[in-house]
Design a protein around this ligand. Structure first.
Ligand SMILES: O=C(O)c1cc(C(=O)O)oc(=O)c1
Length: 305
């Protein structure tokens, strides 16, 4: 039995979240969250850059029900490397209510890709955030693209705003739908109409099959206020950025909690109050329905009634 020591300073997920004041539409999807272990059952990967607290599938499903979501997309966390078993275990236990995004290494067999597909995996994640992973050569990523192509999966990409210029050409050459995590991590101290965020919007405009998660205000915000202590108008500095994306690309935006919020160092949000962020960035019922139901259903459950 392996026991793991958390990274010093690790903030555990918020226990006892409030119930959101914002009523999620029926059938809402939490399109970005993770599972950590439990480490005794699903050991963390030797190559990981952090060791988290455990965050099990049962705890994730309890949060889903408490917040009022129907479905969940579980994104493989980097602390599990390319061992997708904790994520797959959650998909299999979900009764079809969870889909997954995996991490694959080059040389993955077709049998494994098929097994993951049958479990509910619909995408792979390419992570370009240097503090989270050692850089993968583009040839390796290309090998993965070739292996998943027959299954109609998409590629989730995580990068920081400053790296977009270098990555842009490579990303646009990937012949599969792309899903950008956390709005490409803009510096929200800058102007939402300034050149950096314009370059990001321009990237989204480059192809009609690039989706964007308007997620993680708790990670991006500089001036808050945090979603804590009853604050229902949190992270105001992120709102103009997310709103620009939602309003220009209403049919290709996704939202998720990012529970259990890996690597936050400042505070851990109350997930109920985090849900109350949604109507600030998607102010009409129509936009909310697309963001939370229509779009994720089209991407992850295209065959559902
Ligand atoms: O897989 C992860 O480790 C991870 C980390 C972070 C982050 O530290 O920003 O964000 C995520 O969405 C996922």
């Amino acid at each position: 039995m392996t026991t793991f020591e958390k990274t010093p300073g690790w903030l555990d997920w918020y226990a006892g979240p409030s119930r959101p004041a914002f009523r999620l539409p029926a059938g809402a999807v939490d399109a970005h969250c993770h599972i950590f272990g439990p480490g005794e059952q699903f050991p963390y990967a030797p190559e990981r850059k952090y060791t988290p607290c455990d965050a099990s599938k049962d705890q994730l499903f309890a949060l889903r029900d408490h917040l009022g979501f129907t479905r969940t997309v579980v994104v493989q966390a980097t602390c599990h490397g390319a061992d997708n078993s904790a994520m797959v275990d959650a998909l299999r236990a979900s009764g079809g209510l969870a889909r997954g995004v995996a991490t694959l290494r080059p040389g993955t067999s077709d049998a494994l890709v098929r097994e993951l597909h049958e479990a509910g995996v619909r995408g792979v994640r390419f992570n370009f955030v240097k503090r989270l992973v050692d850089a993968a050569p583009q040839d390796d990523l290309w090998d993965v693209v070739e292996r998943i192509k027959p299954y109609g999966w998409h590629v989730v990409v995580y990068f920081e705003a400053a790296d977009l210029a270098d990555l842009r050409e490579f990303l646009l050459s990937i012949p599969l739908p792309l899903v950008v995590d956390h709005m490409g991590r803009p510096d929200v101290a800058k102007d939402p109409h300034g050149p950096e965020f314009e370059a990001f919007l321009d990237f989204l405009r480059a192809r009609p099959d690039i989706w964007c998660k308007v997620t993680c205000p708790e990670r991006l915000s500089v001036s808050g206020p945090p979603a804590l202590d009853g604050e229902r108008a949190a992270y105001r500095d992120v709102v103009p950025f997310a709103r620009r994306v939602v309003e220009e690309f209403p049919d290709r935006v996704l939202w998720g909690t990012d529970w259990p919020h890996p690597n936050l160092t400042d505070h851990m949000p109350d997930d109920g109050l985090l849900v109350d962020f949604v109507p600030h960035i998607a102010p009409t019922l129509e936009l909310q329905h697309r963001l939370l139901v229509d779009n994720p259903m089209r991407l992850y459950w295209p065959d559902a009634d």
